[in-house]
Design a protein around this ligand. Structure first.
Ligand code: HEC
Length: 202
């Protein structure tokens, strides 16, 4: 099963403790239905990954790695936006060692990201973490799905032995690139599917 982040677990323990001493007449605070959050998020994450990988492989096969770079640069945000519109969630990619400087790890997700870094796979599948942020109308719930590094096709652009010409092309687009030197199995990044928490309270 999915492990709640320590923070979520603490919050849950706190709620339980409160419930224990609350007067019986008080209704219980609404709880986040984590199973429903996951059920809604996993198809969004999976179709993002499938769509991007299909476009990436097709572009590399047709035009080589430089065309693949264009796909990652342009198709990834376009797919994320289309998925967001279709699902009502916000879809994004984050990474501690990132290529796109806009894709760093927000502080509120850092603990969950570290847990994915420690164990990118769980039972052979990408590990996942659920994080709640904000409160009231601003409350959000985020599902982070690990993106493990793979040899093919990822190593061409994120591995330890990137072609010099390709690296120069990448550096011209991303001067501060941190996303190289990964080995298969390491955490390359995380896909984040974010929702208004209100729709999952029960
Ligand atoms: C053809 C080169 C290329 C290949 C192959 C490639 N990537 Fe990337 N990757 C990029 C580029 C370029 C970006 C920056 C995209 C952007 O501007 O958002 C990127 C960004 C990412 C990001 C977002 C975080 C960041 O670093 O900015 C993740 C996660 C990622 N790639 C994972 C992968 C994985 C996993 C694979 C293998 C399935 C892969 N990539 C294959 C070029 C590539």
């Amino acid at each position: 099963m999915i492990e709640a982040t320590p923070r979520a677990a603490l919050a849950a323990a706190g709620l339980l403790a409160l419930a224990g001493c609350a007067a019986e007449s008080e209704p219980p605070a609404p709880q986040l239905d984590e199973a429903a959050v996951l059920a809604a998020s996993l198809p969004v994450a999976q179709s993002f990954q499938a769509e991007l990988q299909a476009q990436l492989k097709a572009a590399i096969a047709a035009g080589g790695p430089k065309d693949g770079v264009s796909v990652c640069q342009q198709a990834a945000p376009a797919i994320a936006m289309a998925q967001s519109e279709a699902s009502g969630a916000q879809v994004s990619r984050i990474a501690a060692r990132h290529r796109n400087p806009a894709g760093g790890v927000p502080e509120e997700l850092a603990e969950a990201y570290a847990a994915l870094e420690a164990a990118p796979l769980k039972d052979g599948k990408p590990n996942r973490q659920i994080v709640q942020t904000g409160s009231g109308a601003q409350a959000k719930v985020h599902v982070l799905s690990a993106i493990p590094m793979q040899e093919q096709p990822c190593a061409v652009c994120h591995g330890t032995a990137i072609d010099a010409g390709l690296k120069a092309h990448i550096d011209s687009l991303y001067p501060g690139d941190l996303a190289t030197g990964f080995s298969p199995g390491e955490l390359r990044g995380a896909l984040v599917v974010s929702w208004d928490a209100g729709r999952f309270l029960k």
